[in-house]
Design a protein around this ligand. Structure first.
Ligand code: NAI
Ligand code: PYR
Ligand code: MG
Length: 371
């Protein structure tokens, strides 16, 4: 199969979808891998390393895309990438379609087969291709939040751990999944007072057990969120309803209840964000202030630690990439019921129910396309 790896073009996105190690695996199985020159540089993988692994280097981006049967990316395609995508090609990447109608319609118009990392499932009920980046983003959320609490960033001038004689900051994490647990763990490690809110009692039980009561666990209700809003210095948004737009859990009105200079870090921004006042920002200009509350809403947080993130992401994606390359998308998805929900768009039609629901579109059952 002809496999292409373009250089990522989203703001400060330095990850790459395939490492030289991955390229070697694919080439060894008889596939042709074309990597855009410089694609791995930001993650510390040189063109020479890809060449040594048997990949072809191509400087011309148009030629990277043309003729590819399988395109491997990290971030959702940007407008100029959607324009390059054609019917018959398979795209494998993060898509987050429920957050972006124009992208959804662009992919439908391309006629391509678009498989999302973030909706592939596993036997334990997890999202194995989202989890590694959620781990990174959860850990980064506290670094970002701590920095945003500094006066120069518009924050209240609060140090997360406090000092002897001065109480630590209060941190609430809404959503205690992979992002939430990792954020809470970092905040605990820094000495903050941490509360995790989740709708899932089994998840709260796990966290309570794992951290032996060192973080407070609270069932997520409107009242519990009101309390967090009034009391906390830093709130991390980490909820997810797989594939769907994030619910808005903190409204603009509620910001008035927050302490001046408090901080919202909306990690769920890639699914549209879980605070009403969230809008996606970039690593170049990551924060803005609404009603005295600092908002950090970067949709590709792991891109900033591209070396760690690329290795973690490609460890998880490679087996799926190999299946796509060896068998083609139809057989690969037919053979694996956890790979099948990755299919979001095929031949002009949406194949993921929550994405179709977000925009009032019809959805097609992916199982009907792979038999
Ligand atoms: N901004 C970025 O760079 C990145 C963003 N993400 C995003 O972070 C979000 C969270 O991802 P994961 O932690 O992997 O998901 P997850 O599925 O592991 O956890 C989500 C948790 O939210 C809980 N939840 C759902 N509705 C809730 C509510 N109303 N109140 C409280 N909890 C609720 C669920 O029970 C679940 O435990 C996703 O949108 C993901 O795409 C992930 C990586 C990078
Ligand atoms: C999950 C995601 O959107 C990211 O890693 O950028
Ligand atoms: Mg994202």
């Amino acid at each position: 199969m002809q496999i292409a790896v373009p250089k990522e073009i989203k703001n400060h996105e330095y990850r790459v979808a395939l490492t030289p190690t991955g390229a070697r695996e694919l080439v060894g199985r008889g596939h042709t891998v074309t990597v855009q020159a410089g694609a791995g540089e930001g993650a510390g993988f040189s063109d020479a390393a890809y060449e040594a692994a048997g990949a072809r280097l191509e400087a011309d981006v148009a030629r990277v895309w043309e003729g590819a049967e399988l395109i491997l990316k990290v971030k959702e395609p940007q407008a100029e990438e959607v324009a390059r995508l054609t019917a018959g090609q398979t795209l494998f990447t993060y898509l987050h379609l429920a957050a972006e109608e124009s992208l959804t319609r662009g992919l439908m118009e391309s006629g391509a087969t678009c498989i999302a990392y973030e909706t592939i499932t596993d036997r334990q009920g997890g999202l194995p291709l989202l989890a590694p980046m959620s781990t990174v983003a959860g850990r980064m959320a506290i670094q970002a939040g701590a920095h945003s609490l500094e006066k120069a960033q518009g924050g209240a001038g609060v140090l997360l751990p406090g000092v002897p004689g001065v109480a630590p900051a209060r941190v609430a994490v809404i959503g205690g999944g992979v992002v939430g647990e990792n954020a809470a763990r970092m905040a605990l490690g820094l000495g903050a007072e941490v509360t995790v809110l989740d709708k899932s009692i089994p998840r709260l039980e796990t966290l309570d057990d794992r951290y032996q009561g060192r973080m407070k666990t609270v069932f997520s209700t409107a009242d519990a969120i009101d309390e967090a809003v009034r009391e906390c210095d830093l709130i991390v948004g980490a909820v997810l309803i797989p594939g769907a737009a994030a619910p808005k859990l903190i409204t603009r009105e509620m910001l008035a209840e927050m302490k001046p200079g408090s901080v919202l870090v909306d990690v769920a921004i890639d699914q549209g964000g879980c605070f009403e006042t969230s809008r996606a920002t970039t690593h170049t200009d990551p924060t803005y202030i609404v009603d005295g509350v600092v908002h950090y809403c970067v949709a590709n947080m792991p891109g900033a630690v591209a070396r760690t993130s690329t290795q973690a992401l490609t460890n998880a994606t490679l087996p799926f990439v190999i299946a796509l390359a060896d068998k083609g998308w139809q057989q690969a998805l037919a053979d694996d019921p956890h790979f099948l929900p990755g299919l979001n768009v095929h031949d002009g039609r949406v194949t993921y129910q929550a994405v179709a629901d977000a925009f009032g579109l019809e959805s097609v059952d992916p199982a009907s396309l792979v038999k």
